[in-house]
Design a protein around this ligand. Structure first.
Ligand SMILES: Cc1ncc(COP(=O)(O)O)c(C=O)c1O
Length: 390
């Protein structure tokens, strides 16, 4: 693009109601934020599902690891290795039931790194149309052929698998929990198709880890299945309250990625304090899943129940992601702005994050919200819902 064309292009983005700007926020707790103007607000758009970012044990672990420096000082294979990162990988592999795990700098980098490192010219990646951008971009930087199937349409996936020639490996790549819709991938059907066509299953559990399944182990636990996902991606940035991403797989696959995945090899590793925070959060979740998950589910049911009783058209789903599709991006932005003016932060999601015509409000509930905060948020949402004449 010519740089001189950018002002006009930005004008077009604005005209479509898709202009984005950063709004600074300082999180005072896992559920309340402080804005630059000094006002405090309720936060209902965070992915900190378990409130781990402000758990005293997690903060203490990060503080303690600061003794080993604020940054890692280099890529993992050179000077950036730390005890905390290797301990975290061992704990993640155990938690998910795999031989090994590898931590990348973000969940985004993990999907790039896995698909770049594994999928080659002879391979085909079958990808759900609503997969997260990082999986889509991972498909792009791999050298594989990509076949996109309509969202969760297992009949269409079966047809594609049957009719797409492949001399190498077939990968089926899907989000476990879809980030903008809050629905769960149909793992039993995916596993059956993977088995029938000799395909490898890659599931991105960014919004599933610590969220679904009886003990928060994600999509496989939700469906009571084990051993069917070959490559399980996750992030440390959501329910684990830190930053970074990870993939769990067999030991040879992890060794291969450590040796061949450029996003892993050529980027400075996350620091020990961040790894220590994620590890502490994982240990808390493992020690008492019922505490965190029961609170998360109770809170989700409370907000969903209040909004549905008032007639707000939430998409169905078992997760704390509560989407309300509005269609028009400007209407979604206006609704979010009205709620923000009343001290409630939520996300107005527009293209390209979601398909054209499906702009929406995305609310997220966490285990850290109090009942009073949920009731206050519900009151604001209902008051401002279009047609209510707030
Ligand atoms: C499904 C999915 N995968 C990957 C990511 C990227 O994770 P991260 O924010 O850690 O880069 C996200 C979230 O942003 C996501 O929703």
């Amino acid at each position: 693009m010519k740089l001189a064309d950018i002002p006009a292009a930005l004008g077009a983005v604005r005209a479509r109601g898709e202009y984005r700007a950063v709004s600074d926020l300082r999180m005072e707790s896992a559920s309340r934020g402080l804005r630059r103007d000094g006002s405090s607000c309720l936060v209902f758009h965070s992915n900190d599902y378990l409130g781990m970012t402000h758990e005293p044990t997690v903060i203490a672990a990060a503080r303690d690891a600061l003794r080993w420096g604020t940054g890692s000082g280099g890529a993992r294979l050179t000077s950036g290795a730390s005890f905390e990162l290797s301990d975290l990988e061992a704990a993640l592999a155990r938690f998910k039931g795999y031989e090994a795990a590898l931590v990348f700098n973000t969940g985004y980098m993990t999907n790039l790194g896995v698909l770049y490192g594994l999928a080659d010219r002879n391979d085909v990646i079958f990808s759900d149309s609503l997969n997260h951008a990082s999986l889509i971009d991972g498909c792009r930087i791999s050298r594989a052929r990509v076949a996109v199937y309509p969202h969760s349409d297992m009949a269409a996936l079966a047809r594609l698998l049957a009719e797409t020639p492949c001399a190498g490996e077939r990968y089926i790549a899907t989000d476990g929990v879809f980030s903008m819709d809050g629905d769960v991938a149909d793992l039993p059907a995916l596993a059956e198709l993977a088995h029938a066509y000799g395909a490898r299953l890659l599931v991105d559990d960014a919004h599933a880890t610590g969220v679904i399944g009886e003990t928060g182990r994600g999509t496989a636990e939700y469906w009571h299945m084990s051993g069917v996902i070959d490559l399980q991606v996750g992030t440390l940035s959501k329910a684990l309250g830190a930053e970074g991403g990870f993939v769990c797989a067999s030991r040879p696959v992890i060794e291969w990625l450590r040796n061949r995945s450029r996003p892993f090899i050529f980027s400075t590793a996350i620091g020990p304090a961040t790894a220590a925070a994620a590890l502490a959060a994982l240990r808390l979740l493992e020690a008492s899943p019922e505490t965190y998950l029961a609170r998360l589910r109770r809170n989700t049911a409370r907000l969903r129940g209040a909004l549905e009783a008032a007639g707000l058209p939430l998409l169905p789903g078992p997760t704390p992601i509560l989407p309300i599709v509005m269609g028009d991006p400007e209407e979604a932005v206006a609704f979010a702005a009205a709620c923000r003016a009343d001290g409630l932060l939520l996300s107005a999601i527009r293209p390209p994050s979601v398909p054209e015509g499906t702009s929406r409000i995305r609310l997220t509930v966490t285990a850290a919200h109090t009942e009073a905060e949920i009731d206050e948020a519900a009151g604001i949402l209902i008051r401002h819902w279009p047609g209510r004449g707030a």
